[in-house]
Ligand binder design. Sequence first.
Ligand SMILES: *[C@@H]1O[C@H](CO)[C@@H](O)[C@H](O)[C@H]1NC(C)=O
Ligand SMILES: *[C@@H]1O[C@H](CO)[C@@H](O)[C@H](O)[C@H]1NC(C)=O
Ligand SMILES: *[C@@H]1O[C@H](CO)[C@@H](O)[C@H](O)[C@H]1NC(C)=O
Ligand SMILES: *[C@@H]1O[C@H](CO)[C@@H](O)[C@H](O)[C@H]1NC(C)=O
Length: 367
Amino acid sequence: MAPTRLVAVLQLLLLAGCALSADPGTSAANGRIAYAQLAEGPGGVNIYSSMPDGSDVRQLTNNAAPPNAHPAWSPDGRRLAFSRESGGEWNVWTMDADGAGQRPLTAGPLIDIVPSFSPDGRYVVFDSTNATTNLTTLVRVDAADGANRTPLIPADQAPAGASSMGPKVSPDGALLAFASDAGNAPGVWDLWLMEGWLQVPGGPGVALRRLTTGANNSFSRSWSPDGSQLAFSSVQGGVSWVCIVRVDGTGQRCLTNSTGGPDGPFSPGGIFPTFDGDVTPGWSPDSARIAFCSNRGGAFEVYTMDAADGGSVQQVTATSTGQHISLGWQPLPAGNSAAATTATTVSVAQQLLAALLASLALGLLGA
Ligand SMILES: *[C@@H]1O[C@H](CO)[C@@H](O)[C@H](O)[C@H]1NC(C)=O
Ligand SMILES: *[C@@H]1O[C@H](CO)[C@@H](O)[C@H](O)[C@H]1NC(C)=O
Ligand SMILES: *[C@@H]1O[C@H](CO)[C@@H](O)[C@H](O)[C@H]1NC(C)=O
Ligand SMILES: *[C@@H]1O[C@H](CO)[C@@H](O)[C@H](O)[C@H]1NC(C)=O
């Protein structure tokens, strides 16, 4: 690259970084989308991230065989929690946004998966299955080091034989949304809320409340950034759609109506619930969009749509093997200019580089 062009590129980068970090505002801006993707060719299921338009793909984990799944961003957008199988055991791990600093938060034979951070960044909550009893419970640990492992469903409130999974703390920290098969056939999930989850074990204010009824297999969920609604996957006539419901249980409606895809459900490791159609919604930090995985076009790819009405669907990933099974949308908080600047600068750099390479490639092809 000629020195003058390099200087121009650097100036562009600085301008882009300054423009974003100087941008005032209270809610988080949209960062990257992280997702679990089956490797093309030999390899495992690994976590990648890209810009919401699908550009600037980066691979964050690199395990040849054991799957990695369920990426969930920390509230400052700097770290990710995720599930990893290693030596036949599933545990919760964390890593930096660029994939550095990978370390386990849990250990042992309990199947610890589907982590997410509390909005203050202090805790990671997840679900944990005892393979002997085949029962799944909700657990929290300290996000820094995995200490203070605490079961979240009070023993006197857990319906016998029922499982709970996929906990997500509300943006104000007060509520825990999760799926439970309590009152349903085993493995048929509805959406529930827990109040007082920070008081467990034994706190007086712990209360469980059922949010959906209808055995529609509401097995994954994501809070709207203002905490007023939840997006969740809901099986309608055998195919999963993305639906939303207000936190008081009213206003339930579906934003998608997929008919599924020819490849059918996909379950790495065989331990995740799988359905045809639209699954694992993740609300954008700026509220406007919802990302989800869908096999509407064949295999599971990542898409985004308008949160208001499911319109303006855009495809994010497009790989030949294309199995994408879980995702999270990175928040870039206004107060965290370092996170925003870093992410923006790098992504703009990569986009400019990609554009440069593309124009070089076009030039070569045209020659
Ligand atoms: C799983 O449950 C069984 C039966 O209650 C118990 O004996 C065992 O210790 C549990 N496993 C773990 C890893 O806690
Ligand atoms: C374990 O329980 C789930 C429901 O929670 C059910 O779908 C699954 O079939 C069970 N697996 C075994 C091996 O019993
Ligand atoms: C799923 O939800 C719809 C409403 O969206 C309801 O009409 C239907 O009965 C539910 N399906 C089952 C199996 O309960
Ligand atoms: C599904 O969505 C499409 C596009 O929004 C619409 O035309 C169609 O009527 C919907 N079908 C059902 C069954 O809701």
